[in-house]
Design a binder for this molecule. Structure first.
Ligand code: SIN
Length: 514
């Protein structure tokens, strides 16, 4: 009998991979309840798909490459963007109904740095929740998929360069699961920062597991800050979608000035530029607001019902009030390096969705490309796993009590890491801050502390950022404001990251042609 494929994570990437593998047996592990606590469930933006009459994949690709600031893998990007019709059809088969206009035609929204209206939404700003509902329901109804909720994956079991199982903690017990095919779909890293729109528990667990097993990481320095999170004490922060600016809302400071007017594209300039402009205002002691009163006014609640509710929970009526905003970590372009089939550098290990780095996003993700990528790569990985020859012989599993596994931790534990990342790995970085972060994170990452895994992921971000002595896309160095003439992506394994953190490689940047 075939081992089940083990999939870890229940955002869009994990759910699509599981459904596409059926009728092959799948064991889907999820840290919380199915589909809960995933960034997908919180996504307001939608899915970018070049399906409008004035649009095509070439135009979508050009926008993606421009946003990616010279660091996208163009072949990979073309392949993923081309799959939009398949992804939309697959979601429709699972019952997703995209919003239509008054003629019944798909209603395409505009987001920053897109040259066409090409974002498909469901229930206005409720796309992620609708996807989660539809796919979770389909997974629950699929006899081939066994769901294990409240199961925390801790380590991958390996023999040489091959993954053969997973160590998990469930109901306080450590268990070993044999699996010749493991798919990581564990999401992003926003929980490593104080201000993020991601679920606070998303601290890069899959990246830590893959790195400890020997897999290559790529582009870890590229952390995307969304310019307009609702500026309150709530954690995670609520997002005020770029689509609100797409409808004409303006950015103002507390002096009533439109400070984006000098930047090409103004409020709809690429996300990194808007985030830095807002950061600069706040650093000068100003407050920043989104003004949707003239652009949307009384239409706000109908067009953005979810955002209207989020604002109301903090006493703000966006049809009449200014909405206070600030940048917050929203997406990680880096992660586990994968190829076009979602394969990592380890046999038997695939990574899909935000925890993976395919090269689609380069240095800066184009809005609403990520749900498309997660679904497209879930389909690719499922096809690749299904095409594998007979799985290798089962690996002998070590005793549960002979393996080092990270101790349990609570979300509050990550506060120590959040203080370091938020101070030194934020919108603006420099060598002194990155060195300080590395010095604080290295001992934590190498300890038996409950924080070792999140510290290791934050350390990888700091080391990649330290080695990139240029400014590109979401990575802005105040000490190196220019971009290198030649853009290159960087891949590193954990031993290389630790060497770079420990020795002079950090102060004497290594070869740029990684
Ligand atoms: C947004 O709605 O502004 C976010 C969309 C995205 O991050 O893709």
């Amino acid at each position: 009998m075939t081992d089940p494929v083990v999939i870890i994570g229940s955002g869009i990437a994990g759910l699509v991979t599981a459904l596409a593998l059926a009728p092959r047996p799948v064991l889907l592990l999820t840290r919380a309840g199915l589909g809960q606590e995933s960034a997908t469930a919180r996504a307001q933006g939608g899915i970018a798909a070049a399906l409008g009459p004035d649009d095509d994949t070439g135009l979508h690709l050009a926008d993606t490459l421009a946003a990616g600031a010279g660091l996208c893998d163009a072949g990979m990007a073309e392949r993923i963007l081309e799959s939009a019709p398949d992804v939309i059809a697959m979601l429709a088969r699972h019952g997703l109904r995209f919003d239509v206009d008054e003629t019944g035609a798909p209603s395409f929204g505009l987001e920053a740095a897109h040259s066409r209206k090409r974002i498909l939404h469901t229930r206005g700003d409720g796309t992620g929740a609708a996807i989660t509902d539809a796919l979770s329901g389909a997974v629950r109804n699929c006899a081939a998929i066994t769901v294990l909720e409240h199961a925390e994956a801790l380590r991958l079991l390996t023999a040489g360069n091959r993954v053969g199982g997973v160590v998990i903690r469930r109901q306080g017990r450590i268990q070993h699961l044999a699996a010749s095919s493991v798919v990581l779909a564990t999401g992003g890293i926003g929980g490593l920062y104080d201000a993020s729109t991601n679920p606070t528990g998303n601290c890069g667990a899959g990246i830590a597991m893959a790195a400890c097993a020997g897999a290559e990481l790529a582009d870890m320095e590229f952390v995307q800050f969304h310019p307009t999170a609702l500026a309150t004490a709530r954690r995670p922060l609520s997002l005020i979608s770029e689509a609100v600016r797409g409808e004409g809302a303006l950015l103002l400071n507390d002096l009533g000035q439109r400070f984006m007017l000098d930047v090409p594209g103004a409020e709809l300039a690429p996300r990194d530029l808007v985030a830095r402009a807002i950061h600069a205002q706040i650093a000068e002691g100003r407050r920043v607001f989104l003004d949707a009163r003239a652009a949307l006014g009384d239409r706000f609640a109908a067009r953005f019902p979810g955002i209207f509710r989020l604002c109301a929970a903090d006493g703000i009526d966006p049809s009449r009030d200014l909405i206070p905003v600030r940048p917050a970590v929203h997406y990680h372009m880096g992660g586990i390096a994968t190829d076009a089939r979602g394969r990592s550098s380890l046999a038997g290990l695939w990574a899909v969705g935000e925890c993976a780095s395919t090269g689609l996003h380069g240095a800066n993700r184009l809005a609403s490309n990520s749900l498309l990528e997660a679904a497209a790569m879930g389909l690719e990985a499922a096809r690749d796993i299904a095409d594998q020859a007979a799985p290798p012989l089962r690996m002998a599993l070590p005793d549960a009590d002979t393996m080092d596994v990270p101790p349990g931790r609570s979300e509050a534990d990550a506060e120590v890491i959040r203080a370091i990342t938020s101070q030194h790995l934020g919108v603006l970085r420099d060598a002194a801050g990155l060195d300080a972060a590395i010095a604080q994170l290295l001992p934590l990452a190498q300890s038996d502390d409950r924080l070792a895994d999140p510290a290791l992921v934050a350390l990888a971000i700091a080391v990649f950022a330290r080695l990139r002595d240029e400014s590109r896309g979401a990575h802005a160095r105040t000490d190196f404001p220019e971009a290198w003439p030649q853009a290159t992506r960087r891949h590193m394994t954990l031993p290389q990251i630790l060497v770079a953190a420990r020795d002079s490689a950090v102060t004497q940047p290594i070869a740029r042609s990684a």
